[in-house]
Write a protein that binds this ligand. Structure first.
Ligand code: TMP
Length: 205
């Protein structure tokens, strides 16, 4: 196994789909195997980007969609240049809990900036920097709502209605017709999903 080859992976999907728990399990695995890694998240990943995260996800903020997208792009640019690219260069597997696909779905589709317009901005401003593979967690809206009921609200998207979660699912369906995406049935047991992720990881390293 070549442990020196760095690359970038992302985890995407709707609210409460279990991405973050799976990233924790993956981190344990990488640590045990002594495979160099860096775990990060979006919006966030740098001090500046984490500050923007709290502004973007704040409830009752009065920023409009253009302002929100520009803040996300600024945060992402900083994250890519300061953290992701340097870590890949050092031979690490970089894993981000959400990345550009979330912007294509949440701002582009759900909040109607337009998927094509959002992808164009990503190309123009961020040189179309994308992960090697994306684990896309899929969960029905009913399951999302059941899981969210048991959770304390974390951000402005957590407590939205059925239509919002339906739209998020539709958005992911539209953008994910590409071999970069590995579909994960998020209703399956935690260990089953973990093993599937490790299987795909082993194909990459
Ligand atoms: P999470 O970290 O708990 O998944 O929450 C992040 C929230 O931010 C989630 O509801 C999706 C949203 N988001 C966007 O709207 N656009 C983006 O570009 C990103 C990365 C996240």
């Amino acid at each position: 196994m070549n442990k020196k080859k760095g690359f970038f992976l992302t985890f995407e999907g709707p609210e409460a789909s279990g991405k973050s728990s799976q990233i924790k399990l993956l981190e344990k695995f990488l640590k045990n195997q002594k495979i160099p890694y860096h775990i990060t998240r979006e919006p966030g990943g740098t001090h500046l980007a984490e500050s923007l995260r709290s502004l973007i996800l704040r409830k009752n903020s009065n920023i409009n969609i253009e302002e929100e997208i520009l803040m996300l792009m600024a945060a992402r640019s900083h994250h890519i240049n300061q953290v992701i690219k340097p870590a890949i260069k050092k031979g690490k597997i970089v894993i981000s809990d959400r990345f550009a696909d979330s912007t294509f779905v949440y701002q582009g589709y759900v909040n109607k900036y337009g998927i094509k317009n959002t992808i164009k901005l990503h190309k123009d401003l961020l040189n179309n920097f994308l992960p090697k593979k994306t684990f896309l967690f899929k969960l029905s809206t009913n399951n999302i709502l059941t899981r969210l009921k048991k959770r304390k609200s974390k951000n402005k998207y957590d407590k939205l209605d059925k239509k919002f979660h339906d739209d998020v699912n539709k958005g992911y369906k539209i953008i994910s017709n590409h071999k970069r995406f590995i579909n994960i049935d998020a209703s399956k047991p935690i260990n089953y999903i973990h093993n599937k992720i490790i299987y795909h990881l082993n194909l990459l390293i």
